[in-house]
Write a protein that binds this ligand. Structure first.
Ligand code: C2E
Ligand code: CA
Ligand code: CA
Ligand code: CA
Length: 280
């Protein structure tokens, strides 16, 4: 039994070794990708349920390798967070999103399109996060109110006072805060009043189940009412069918985002999408 145990450890060690080597290799690749600007935003439209027009876009990071291969964030964000590299990825995303806001402001001034950028909780550990955002906004020469920031409830678990203060500073600049994945956290309700956010994004898991169970339908309806009673706007994400879209519209939900409208796409395609949907 003893030698068997040792053999197991050996296999475990080898497996660990392999995992560590892969992580190391990935770290080098991410650093190199940052230098050569291989991270870029795809944009997914968020439409106004009253007018059907595009009101905003969410910026979602993609890693476009030199080979043209696109890597999804699920494959590198967790490691980037662990290595502290998410700060640089996040900063590049902010800069590119602000530059895109500037372009769309010039091309479509009447549409007042906003772009929301996802922030990892780890980014709030940087005391100069607000300065970074200020710099990105100033460099692009845009009005800060066209930038929005998405955060998840999970960041509120730690160091709440410092985070609340940063969020307040964002809001002073006219930057709206979107509470992402709303409803999936442990204490969504208790954070709502402590946490200065402007918009609730109902998690796609509720939206997807809306048609087949009345529970989910009621949850979505209740979150919309809750948000409105607190003076917030409400976005439903993960809208995949016409049925879900119409249900949300009849519930007076403000905005919808999901494959039913469009998948995330490169900036040039998003520009075409605006032209067709808002000016067509
Ligand atoms: P998220 O912020 O909740 O983003 C929504 C995800 O759902 C996106 O996946 C989007 O492509 C996908 N999605 C949109 N509509 C639909 C739909 O109708 N059905 C389904 N099944 N999925 C839909 P994506 O782009 O792979 O991003 C995954 C996650 O990675 C994001 O979840 C976010 O947590 C993270 N992420 C993406 N970009 C960034 C970024 O720039 N910074 C940080 N920190 N995290 C990011
Ligand atoms: Ca998001
Ligand atoms: Ca989400
Ligand atoms: Ca999510």
């Amino acid at each position: 039994a003893k030698s068997q145990g040792r053999a197991k450890y050996e296999i475990f060690d080898r497996a660990m070794h392999g995992t560590m080597l892969r992580a190391l290799k990935m770290e080098q690749e991410i650093r190199r990708a940052l230098d050569s600007h291989e991270f870029l935003p795809f944009y997914q439209p968020i439409v106004d349920l009253c007018s059907g027009k595009v009101a905003a876009f969410e910026a979602l990071v993609r890693w476009k390798k030199a080979t043209g291969e696109l890597v999804s964030p699920a494959e590198f964000i967790p490691l980037a967070e662990e290595l502290g590299l998410i700060n640089q990825i996040g900063q590049q995303m902010l800069q590119m999103a602000c530059a895109q806001i500037s372009t769309w402001q010039k091309d479509f001034p009447a549409e007042a399109l906003q772009i929301s950028v996802n922030l990892s909780g780890k980014q709030f550990n940087q005391p100069d996060l607000v300065d970074q955002v200020d710099r990105a906004v100033a460099e692009a020469g845009i009005d800060a109110q066209f930038l929005e920031l998405e955060i998840t409830e999970s960041i509120l678990m730690e160091n709440t006072d410092a985070i609340v203060e940063m969020l307040q500073r964002f809001r002073e600049r006219g930057i709206r805060i979107l509470m992402d994945d709303f409803g999936t956290g442990y204490s969504s309700l208790s954070y709502l009043h402590r946490f200065p956010s402007n918009v609730l994004k109902i998690d796609g898991s509720f939206v997807r189940r809306m048609g087949d169970d009345t529970g989910s339908h009621e949850i979505v309806r209740t979150i919309v009412l809750l948000g409105h009673n607190l003076g917030m706007k409400v976005i439903a994400e993960g809208v995949e069918t016409f049925e879900q879209y119409s249900m949300l519209k009849s519930m007076d939900c403000d905005y919808a985002q999901g494959y039913h409208i469009a998948k995330p796409m490169p900036a040039d395609q998003a520009t075409t999408f605006i032209t067709q949907r808002n000016l067509g």
